[in-house]
Design a protein. Structure first.
Lengths: 234, 651
């Protein structure tokens, strides 16, 4: 059952091209795993195809934009207009981009580097921190918010401890937890200093010189304006 | 037509209760080829055997069928009796009407009918049975032991003490193996070196042992009783006959290299003995690092200082050819590569160590003389986190099996750490604590009593943050996440068979399991024999095990070897596969299917020849042979066809 929804998307996508780009970690994970399972299991593919309006041929490649950028580094570099060198970016992967490793095969699940490669590519300074692949608390934010607050707090503190000015992530849920929970984190841990969290596309857009009104920065709960101004990026 | 006698046993009531032996005898008497048939209450008793012997003589029988129990029980008894009656023992066969019939049926009519079928099929077999002679092979009364760890040392000493000449081959510069690296041994805390080195010295001084250190097996040919072995003595660049072991050379050698013996935590020189108690205590030159070899002709310090001119840069590898009758393989173990456990940071965090590195830290002869100190800054660690099952019991990512020794050595590590650092805090993460062994549970209790903290759960991550080591894990008993800071982390790295062993295993023509441990002939009843006759297994090469087990297995392997090596000749059953050279095309299909490497292509005649000492008569070749050239003696296709036909006949 869990395969039908991703397959319907892949079936539609096969008209558009051979590659599907999924900018959200959870979407990427779901599509890629469904694709992986079906490439291994023709029988299940046939059964599911019976329930779809149009059948999926199993030939799509699912890509995350970070993979696309990595493979087209020169293109990205040639478009960068702003100097982000001073910006120290903590690269946060979370769980779903990397795991399960044997199905996702995205990067080394314990010591990934693809995010750092991207951050370097757009001219900023990547910051590695030990907890970059640990969980942010995910859906626990719904029914056990304290657990998510604690998990996010640990990550943010760890990134700050290693010198990050800002955090970048590729998952909307991670982004929500790390960004929107900072108020609650501050209440639980008064010494905590807020830190802006970007979706990776925002950071890319800043580097490419996209105008401020199109960056969606007003959506971020912790405002990055101050630090962006400091480094003359707005 | 053969004159066949059939002897039906009642086995008390074991057979007679369910099989109508009188009616059966009458029926069998009528079967074509049967000259004589009778029944008796206990055929295996003396009077019963005499019945057989007398009938052979009286009725001039050419073949005998005894319808009784399983051949594993009494085939030998009745073949001996047949011999006493003047027949060849291989024309006497058992028809099993007990285990295969009376014991498993209760309807007398049906059972009697089935017993008749069984007997008739054996009568068909015996019609084509040929008189055979046992195969005799003379024995070279010398043994080869491969591997000079505690397993090889024990096996070599046991064989040599039985008076049999033994060659002990060790690939490293000294014997002693892993045990020489250990600090103290569980559960008694004997000093490992103290109990090992006397055995090492005994090996070197034993008149019956020829110790070939720094040597490797190049080639093995032949079979049980008569193996021909080529051994490469690697060039040590030191003439060990001249060398007195004074140590001047390694004292003066200017090249420092990470010491393998110290698990890269200490240094050795380019000319070195691995440790002070090495046997033989004579140095070798490590060509990879020696200045003379890297910059040809330079340095020569060792040569200059040697008082007896033993350093010889011209020395070459030498190939020795030896003949032996039996081989003990004791090639030992390595640790699972800790770098593969990326989440534990080995190799990037200096104070994350393997269990063997920690052994060296604890060892009085180790790089810190037994003081527990951090590698990074020499400080005394106040809290050490031990992670058990580092690589073991992880089917998805690492080794599926339990490495068996880690629970106990980790408990020992915790205790020895407490003994060295009284206010030290050992914390042990575990999946289960497995302490099956004499005195082991008691030892574990002692360790917990002395203050080791055991946390049931796995560690998910070890990382360094601002100079501190942080360990994240789970306590599955309380269901809580755990975060502890540690000054040192010790990984109880799993046990894997010695790396780069595949070539040797191939040369020995023995088998490995899925994890590359050597495979024993039977997991329960033949645990020290390989599938190849005359080759025996000892130590952790066959599976993870601790020292007492290794020593016991080595003595077991030695006694198996002694059993062969103290005979003038060994005898094999002749009921093995042969080759009909007229039919054989030399296609070699049988060579591939033979599990015992008993078949090889004779390239001159282009037919297969059988190494009789190796063939176990399993029949794989017979069933694979497309031309019928491979036939089991006394179980040829014709016999099998006739047996099946007789069983299927409804009479």
């Amino acid at each position: 059952m869990s395969l039908i929804a991703p397959l319907r998307i892949l079936a539609k996508a096969q008209h558009e091209g051979e590659r599907v780009l999924a900018p959200c970690s959870i979407c990427y994970n779901t599509l890629k795993r469904a694709n992986f399972i079906l490439k291994e299991d023709e029988e299940t593919l046939d059964i599911i195809n019976e329930h779809l309006e149009e059948s999926y041929d199993g030939n799509e490649t699912v890509l995350h934009p970070l993979e696309f950028f990595r493979d087209n580094a020169q293109l990205v570099k040639s478009k960068v207009k702003k100097n982000l060198k001073e910006l120290k970016v903590g690269c946060y992967y979370g769980c779903l981009l990397l795991r399960p490793d044997n199905e996702i095969k995205f990067d080394d699940p314990e010591k990934p580097t693809i995010f750092e490669t991207f951050v370097s590519m757009i001219g900023a300074t990547p910051i590695d921190f030990p907890l970059k692949v640990e969980c942010c608390g995910s859906y626990l934010v719904v029914n056990s918010p304290d657990a998510a607050v604690e998990a996010s707090y640990k990550l943010l503190r760890n990134a700050q401890g290693n010198g990050a000015d800002v955090i970048v992530t590729s998952c909307p849920l991670c982004h929500y937890n790390l960004d929107a929970l900072q108020g609650k984190i501050k209440k639980a841990h008064p010494e905590f200093k807020e830190i802006p969290v970007f979706y990776f596309s925002q950071l890319l857009a800043i580097a490419l010189g996209v105008e401020k009104q199109n960056l969606g920065l007003e959506q971020n709960k912790v405002s990055p304006n101050e630090i962006l101004k400091e480094y003359d990026l707005l | 037509m053969k004159r066949i006698g059939v002897f039906i046993c009642h086995c008390g009531i074991n057979i007679a209760k369910t099989v109508d032996v009188e009616a059966l005898t009458e029926e069998i008497k009528k079967y074509p080829g049967v000259e004589y048939a009778e029944n008796y209450k206990y055929m295996c008793s003396d009077p019963g055997q005499n019945l057989v012997i007398n009938a052979i003589k009286e009725h001039k029988l050419d073949a005998v069928v005894v319808a009784a129990c399983s051949p594993t029980l009494h085939e030998n008894t009745f073949r001996n009796a047949s011999e006493r009656g003047g027949l060849n023992r291989y024309v006497c066969e058992m028809a099993n009407i007990r285990e295969h019939c009376s014991w498993v049926h209760d309807d007398k009519k049906v059972a009697t009918k089935k017993a008749a079928h069984i007997i008739k099929s054996i009568i068909e077999k015996v019609k084509y049975d040929e008189p055979l002679e046992p195969i005799h092979v003379s024995v070279t009364k010398r043994a080869l032991v491969i591997g000079g760890g505690i397993a090889g040392i024990q096996a070599a000493l046991d064989i040599a003490n039985a008076g049999v000449e033994t060659i002990l081959v060790e690939k490293g510069p000294s014997i002693g193996g892993r045990m020489a690296q250990l600090s103290e041994t569980f559960p008694t805390l004997d000093c490992s070196q103290c109990i090992l080195t006397p055995k090492m010295v005994e090996v070197s001084q034993h008149k019956k042992i020829k110790l070939l250190s720094y040597s490797e097996i190049e080639e093995i040919a032949g079979s049980v009783g008569n193996f021909k072995v080529k051994i490469k003595r690697k060039a040590a660049y030191v003439d060990h006959a001249k060398c007195t072991g004074c140590g001047m050379c390694y004292e003066k050698c200017p090249v420092k290299v990470d010491s393998e013996f110290e698990e890269n935590m200490g240094k050795r020189k380019a000319i070195y003995t691995p440790f002070p108690q090495a046997v033989p205590n004579k140095p070798i030159i490590d060509k990879e690092h020696c200045t003379f070899f890297l910059k040809p002709g330079k340095c020569r310090v060792c040569q200059i200082v040697c008082p007896v001119q033993a350093v010889d840069f011209e020395q070459q590898d030498v190939i020795l050819e030896e003949e032996v009758g039996a081989i003990v393989v004791a090639t030992g173990f390595d640790l699972y590569e800790p770098e593969r456990l990326k989440e534990y940071g080995y190799g990037t965090i200096p104070d994350v160590l393997t269990s063997l590195q920690f052994e060296r830290l604890l060892s009085a002869s180790g790089p810190t003389s037994g003081d527990v100190r951090r590698i990074s800054d020499g400080k005394e660690p106040k809290r050490i986190v031990f992670i058990q099952c580092a690589g073991s019991r992880d089917k998805e990512n690492h080794l599926e099996y339990c490495s068996k020794i880690c629970c106990m050595y980790t408990a020992k590590h915790a205790l020895l750490y407490k003994h060295r650092v009284h206010d030290g805090e050992p914390i042990i993460f575990y999946i289960d604590v497995r302490t099956a062994g004499k005195g082991y549970e008691e030892f574990y209790n002692r360790v917990t009593d002395e203050g080791a903290t055991y946390i049931r759960g796995k560690v998910s991550k070890v990382y360094q943050d601002n100079g501190r080591i942080v360990v994240l894990g789970a306590d599955t008993l309380s269901g809580k996440q755990i975060e502890v800071e540690a000054d040192m982390v010790v990984l109880a790295t799993g046990v894997v068979p010695t790396r780069n062993n595949t070539e040797l295993v191939r040369r020995l023509k023995i088998q490995c399991d899925a994890n590359d441990f050597l495979t024993e002939a039977h997991p329960k009843l033949r645990p020290v024999e390989s599938n190849t006759a005359g080759i025996y297994l000892a130590g952790a090469a066959q599976g993870p095990k601790d020292i007492p087990e290794v020593v016991a297995q080595a003595s077991g392997a030695a006694s198996k070897a002694i059993a062969i090596l103290t005979q003038d000749e060994i005898t094999f059953e002749p009921t093995i596969a042969g080759v009909d050279e007229d039919l054989c095309s030399g296609c070699s299909i049988c060579v591939g299917v033979c599990p015992y490497n008993a078949r090889e292509l004779d390239r001159e005649k282009m037919v297969i020849k059988v190494v009789e000492a190796l063939c176990q008569g399993c029949g794989s070749c017979s069933s694979a042979c497309p031309s019928g050239a491979a036939q089991q003696r006394n179980l040829i296709d014709k016999q099998i066809e006739d047996m099946v036909t007789s069983v299927l006949e409804e009479k």
